[in-house]
Structures are given as C-alpha cells and as structure tokens.
Design a protein around this ligand. Structure first.
Ligand code: SAM
Length: 217
C-alpha cells in the first residue's frame, strides 16, 4: 500500500492550483479530481505527480502543468457528446481528462514508445473511449474528421492547416503557437469557412515535430 494519500493530493491540486486560478466548470474540476495523475508519470516522479509544474515522462517529453492542462480543457467548453482530437498523447493524462468530458477521443503521438505505453495504461485504467494513434499529428486524422474540438499539446510556428480543415463547424481548437522558447496559447473558433482567433496566455511547450510543424529534434 502507498504511503501517499493521492486522493487528498488531487483535492489539494484542484483547490490550490486550478479552482483558485479561476477554473469554475464543475465537470472540468471533477475530471481533475478523479483522473489518477500519479499513474501517468514515471515511478520516480510519482511523489511529485500533484505538484504545480510539468514533469518529465521520458524521451525529453513532459506531462503538462495541471493548471495549463485544466485551462486548455476548460476553453474547449466540452458538453459531453463531442469527437475530440488531441495531438501529443505523451503520458495519456490529458487524453484521460478529455475522455471524461467528451464522447470519443482520438489522440496522436509521434514516439512509438510513448504511444504504446499510453495506450496500454489508458486501457488498463478503463478509458475505453480514448483511442491512441501513432504517427505525425500535424496531419490530423482525416478518416475520423470532423472533430468538434482539437487540442494540440506541443508548439509550432503556426497551426497546421490540416487541423483547421478537420475542425467541424462551430468547433474549437486550442494550441500553443510561437517560437521554440515560448509561445502564446491560441483559441480558434470555426464559423463556416471563417476562423476567429483569440490570443489567450503565454506558455512554454515542447516542439510539435512533423510535416506541418518543426523539423527534427
Ligand atoms: N498531453 C500530454 C500529456 O498529457 O502527457 C503531454 C504532451 S507533451 C507536452 C507533447 C507531446 O507531443 C510529446 O509526447 C511529443 O512526443 C508529442 N509530439 C510532438 N510532435 C508530434 C507530432 N507531430 N505528432 C504527434 N505527437 C507529437
């Protein structure tokens, strides 16, 4: 048995990092209260799983800071019946959160090791509406489009056009856009053939590497 009370740690994370900074959606707060973040980090990081920071998950990649994950989730304004695309599965944590708030989640990861590990973990924890795909997420998943919401959890100089193409009418896309050192979180809303863009908050994400992102590591 673990000596750490993870449930209490999650409650402290939600109250002291997420709700206190202005996230009020009961559904979003409930998802962060319930998804066991400590399962999504390496064993050596489990003691830090609920702290207010990103954490390493191997291969130079990270699981995002809880508040940023909550903020990005919140602005998608999910109601429960959406088909959602996430680019950058990483640990699978964000996909699990999305799985609690929408109907069908597709998440793409370019590192086969991370994709495989996340897929097995999500399955073992019972997130049966989350499907992990291995590949270059900058191309999206045309075979499952349109998506009512798209979340990109890695940064590029601009939003990949295939992702805008695959966003459904009335849909929302959130993504960090900018240079390798720092970016702005952008929210796009699709209205027919028009896209309304809003600049949200400054962020620092790992690079989105692929045909419509950065080249190489
Ligand atoms: N959402 C993740 C989580 O909850 O753990 C954190 C994502 S991490 C900040 C960014 C991820 O994007 C990394 O795992 C990285 O390998 C992945 N990535 C980068 N470029 C990609 C691409 N073109 N397609 C798919 N995944 C990509």
């Amino acid at each position: 048995m673990s000596l750490i009370d993870y449930k209490a740690a999650r409650k402290r994370m939600v109250d002291g990092q997420i709700a206190i900074r202005g996230i009020t959606s009961p559904d979003v707060l409930k998802a962060f209260l319930e998804v066991p973040r400590h399962h999504f980090v390496p064993k050596t990081q489990q003691v830090h799983a609920y702290q207010d920071s990103p954490l390493p998950i191997g291969l130079g990649q990270t699981i995002s800071q809880p508040y940023i994950a909550a903020y990005m989730t919140d602005i998608l304004q999910l109601t429960g019946d959406e088909r959602v695309l996430e680019i950058g599965t990483g640990s699978g944590y964000q996909a699990a959160i999305l799985g609690m708030l929408a109907d069908e989640i597709h998440t793409i990861e370019r590192h086969p090791f991370l994709a495989d590990k996340a897929a097995r973990l999500l399955q073992s924890l019972g997130y049966s509406n989350v499907r992990v795909h291995e590949g270059d997420g900058t191309q999206g998943l045309p075979e499952f489009a349109p998506f009512q919401a798209i979340m990109v959890t890695a940064a590029a100089p601009e939003v990949p056009t295939p992702l805008l193409d695959q966003l459904g009418d009335g849909g929302r896309l959130v993504m960090p856009v900018g240079g390798r050192g720092g970016q702005v979180l952008l929210l796009y809303r699709r209205d027919g053939d028009e896209f309304h863009r809003e600049d949200m908050v400054p962020v620092a994400f790992v690079p989105l590497i692929g045909e419509h992102g950065w080249e190489g590591e």
